[in-house]
Ligand binder design. Structure first.
Ligand code: FAD
Length: 422
């Protein structure tokens, strides 16, 4: 049955509540000269309608809009789904750091749900990495070793993971929101007909419903939305590198390694031709990026408060003095003062250094989601009410052009690099 929506002309009063409620501009009022009271009639353009039901709610009083929703999916038997899975992304045979962070969070979710934590490792000759995943919290590691999985390619990877999920039925699958994860997770979710919440900044579970609570910024980062997948399984989410802390290695941990072998010519009706639609030719490393912000222990970031591009010279000087990398707010990147590769935040990098020094950055939510997990936050701002000053471990109120040179001078003095002249 397809989606259907209709206006009951005998009940419609032409009040326009439905027109105002429709976020897609799919409803207009048309004249009805034949109507005894000349009331207008609502008409829905089904090409624009996405069947959200807002108009049905708005018209509750008159009950003039009737909607029948497509019953596409048979009810999923949740009892068949068990375990929390972490996709252990690997590049060139090395498991990515984000996988160890997801194991940390996955462990907490699995413990709350009193279920197992499993890792999934796809690649070629990567079985030797499985034991380390167990030492970092996995109870079980599914390993699929095949030359076709040597380097990441969308089709073979997505077919393989989708097949494994159909076979083993995990209730939760979490993956890194890396370049690979973003492309991969969405394909897998579409193949197994479930939802995916991308770029989560927090995960939790409601133990009574076993629903995964997937929190992420929404509406341009103005609110944090907690998204549920209440009618489908598995529940899938991606999380950026550095959002969670890395799992600690416990050499006493024991676990199971389950090797799977699939006939790749049968995973998709298109056979191996389908799997080989895109071929991996060569890996070319990006040598243009000077900074690896995500891995830096100390970051000194500059914002619009610098007032001019030259302000970054001061930021660089402080970063150099204390062995840190240079970060930036989007406002300073958008002003053309520093390249995008330095941007921290929702549309930039997520970082979690030991020390984050925010200079002339107000601390809007889109910036905070990218650096809020830093261990120590030092804010330098002349506005004590700025949000960054409120969350900072140390808030230094004043002009950054006075405070930063003073800090540099004091550090150099303490190292004996400059002499103090009375
Ligand atoms: C969809 C979307 C995504 C976004 N993604 C990001 C993102 O990834 N990263 C990001 O940073 N932003 C992002 N933003 C933008 C974000 O909303 C803010 O506009 C931005 O972070 C503001 O940057 P700022 O703090 O440098 O500037 P402002 O908000 O203008 O703050 C400047 C601060 O400097 C202080 N100041 C001024 N002069 C001095 C001085 N001499 N000494 C000390 N302090 C001084 C002021 O008191 C003020 O607090 C995004 C926005 C949207 C809508």
């Amino acid at each position: 049955m397809a989606n259907k929506i209709e206006v009951l002309s005998e009940k419609c009063t032409g009040c326009s509540l439905c027109v105002k409620s429709c976020p897609f501009g799919a409803i207009v009022l048309v004249d009805r000269p034949e109507h005894p009271k000349k009331q207008k009639l609502a008409v829905i353009d089904v090409a624009k309608c996405n069947y959200c039901g807002a108009c049905v709610d708005a018209c509750k009083r008159f009950g003039a809009i009737l909607m029948l929703k497509e019953e596409k999916q048979k009810a999923v038997d949740f009892a068949l789904y068990k375990d929390v899975w972490v996709y252990a992304e690997q590049r060139h045979g090395e498991v990515s750091p984000v996988a160890y962070e997801l194991l940390n969070e996955g462990r907490k979710l699995a413990d709350k749900l009193k279920t197992h934590l499993c890792a999934v490792l796809l690649g070629d000759k990567i079985e030797n990495q499985a034991q380390d995943l167990i030492l970092h919290g996995a109870d079980k590691v599914y390993v699929i070793d095949n030359p076709l999985l040597k380097e990441f390619c969308d089709d073979p990877y997505a077919e393989t993971l989708a097949h494994l999920i159909r076979e083993e039925k995990p209730e939760i699958v979490i993956m890194g929101a890396t370049n690979i994860g973003r492309s991969f997770a969405s394909r897998v979710a579409a193949k197994i007909d479930t939802g995916l919440t991308a770029d989560c900044t927090a995960l939790d579970v409601d133990v009574s419903t076993r629903n995964l609570q997937q929190t992420r910024p929404a509406f341009g980062g103005n609110i944090m939305a907690t998204i549920l997948t209440p009618r489908h399984r598995p529940q899938m989410a991606t999380v950026r590198h550095k959002v969670f802390k890395r799992a600690t290695r416990d050499t006493s941990r024991k676990g199971e390694i389950v090797k799977k072998n699939y006939d790749f010519s049968k995973l998709n009706p298109g056979g191996l031709d389908f799997m080989n639609r895109a071929k991996f030719l060569q890996f070319v490393a990006d040598t243009t990026a000077k900074v690896n912000l995500s891995e830096a222990d100390i970051i000194v970031s500059g914002g619009r408060g610098l007032g001019k591009p030259e302000g970054f010279k001061l930021i660089e000087e402080l970063a150099e003095t204390i062995g840190g990398a240079v970060g930036a707010s989007r406002a300073s990147v958008d002003s053309g003062w520093i390249p995008y590769s330095h941007q921290v935040g929702q549309t930039g990098r997520t970082v979690a250094p030991k020390i984050y020094i925010a200079c002339g950055i107000s601390g809007q939510i889109q910036h905070l989601v990218g650096m809020g997990s830093s261990e120590v936050i030092i804010a330098i701002n002349r506005d004590p009410e700025a949000p960054m000053m409120k969350i900072a471990t140390f808030a230094l109120e004043g002009d950054l052009y006075e405070i930063i040179p003073w800090i540099i001078k004091e550090i150099k003095k303490s190292r004996g690099e400059i002499e103090f002249v009375k």
